[in-house]
Ligand binder design. Structure first.
Ligand SMILES: Cc1cc2nc3c(=O)[nH]c(=O)nc-3n(C[C@H](O)[C@H](O)[C@H](O)COP(=O)(O)OP(=O)(O)OC[C@H]3O[C@@H](n4cnc5c(N)ncnc54)[C@H](O)[C@@H]3O)c2cc1C
Length: 323
């Protein structure tokens, strides 16, 4: 008997529903697994040539208007368990599945009286996305707390890995063993995710602290975000990585680009490293604005800004930039 997916497989799924920019093209297919076992079975059941991409809450993602000729697997709501899994030298260990929202981990750790996870409270993605991006803020990064991760590759193999297996840096995570990427993926089908493996879960260790202090710090960090970020409009957080020793927002602002528009996309007036969707922005509007910012900052400041957001999907011609 052939295997029937217990999750939900949809065709021609608008990815604008699944990315925080609320813009962009379709995925040819989209699968919402029932749980971790179902996700593993699903990956194993798919033909080797079918491209699969794992997406969390889409808070760092732009899918071009031409769409993704691939099956997108959504982890949010599917890989959602988070438990206390013992303790080790660095503290209490939480085992968190990849689809759990990062803010939930911050609150869970705080309620348990643990310290250090507060920074996750304002990162509106999943733990899988936080692991893939090494998401961080206010001096802390996701991988500072990772004891181990469980991964799944395109062939359906599950592995437990430790941070020593990865090259980890600022918004950067890559497997040291590049052979995995070469063997797991058909030529020319580079994955979005680090080296062709997806994160299923992570074990994170946080030291003892005080619940009251952690909850207070979460409130403070969230208040700082409300004051400095355009949270009322669809966005994807910082568009560009900060260049060494500087801030992308400062450079963009110094070029007078705050408020710059392209179609429905606008450089936020509140935070210059954010692009907001004022309503009806296409992925092309957003990408054109990104290129415009890069050109201006290079020309006026001599700095090449590198995107932090991941841009995927079929390339559409980017509009001519008016000089
Ligand atoms: C208002 C706002 C504020 C933000 N503030 C911050 C901040 O302070 N610091 C910061 O670092 N980021 C910030 N971000 C960006 C974003 O929230 C983070 O990068 C987040 O970690 C992305 O998680 P996600 O689930 O949304 O990932 P997605 O956007 O869904 O995916 C991002 C990348 O991760 C990959 N991915 C997702 N899940 C997995 C998985 N299970 N296994 C392997 N790869 C996976 C995807 O394929 C994609 O390449 C902000 C975004 C917004 C909208």
């Amino acid at each position: 008997m052939s295997w029937i997916a217990p999750g939900e497989l949809r065709r021609n799924e608008p990815m604008s529903r699944h990315v925080s920019w609320r813009a962009g093209g379709m995925a040819a297919q989209c699968y919402v697994p029932k749980n971790r076992e179902d996700l593993v079975d699903f990956v194993r059941s798919r033909a080797a040539g079918e491209k699969l991409h794992v997406v969390g809450l889409g808070s760092n993602l732009l899918v071009r208007d031409g769409g993704l000729d691939a099956t997108v697997v959504l982890t949010h709501g599917a890989l959602r368990s988070s438990t206390v899994a013992g303790s080790e030298a660095r503290g209490t260990v939480l085992e968190v599945e990849a689809g759990v929202p990062a803010p939930k981990v911050a609150r869970m750790a705080a309620r348990l009286g643990l310290a250090g996870a507060e920074f996750l409270a304002g990162i509106p993605g999943t733990m899988g996305g936080a692991l893939a991006m090494n998401a961080g803020c206010y001096g802390a990064e996701t991988w500072d707390y990772v004891v181990s991760v469980t991964t799944l590759d395109r062939s359906g193999r599950i592995r437990v890995r430790t941070p020593a297996d990865y090259d980890i840096g600022y918004r950067h995570v890559a497997l040291r063993d590049a052979g995995v990427a070469a063997s797991a993926w058909p030529e020319g089908q580079a994955p979005l995710e680090p080296d062709g493996e997806w994160f299923l879960s992570a074990r994170l260790a946080f030291p003892e602290g005080s619940s009251e202090n952690a909850l207070q710090r979460i409130r403070e960090l969230l208040a700082r975000r409300v004051a400095s970020q355009p949270l009322g409009q669809p966005n994807a957080g910082s568009v560009f990585r900060n260049p060494a020793g500087d801030h992308a927002a400062r450079l963009i602002e110094s070029c007078g680009l705050k408020g710059e528009r392209e179609g429905g996309a606008e450089v936020s007036r509140k935070h210059a490293n954010f692009i907001v969707n004022r309503g009806g922005a296409s992925a092309r509007d957003i990408e054109t604005l990104i290129r415009k910012i890069q050109e201006r900052v290079l020309r006026e400041c001599g700095v090449s800004l590198v995107t932090e957001v991941r841009i995927v999907g079929k390339p559409l011609e980017v509009k001519e930039i008016a000089q």
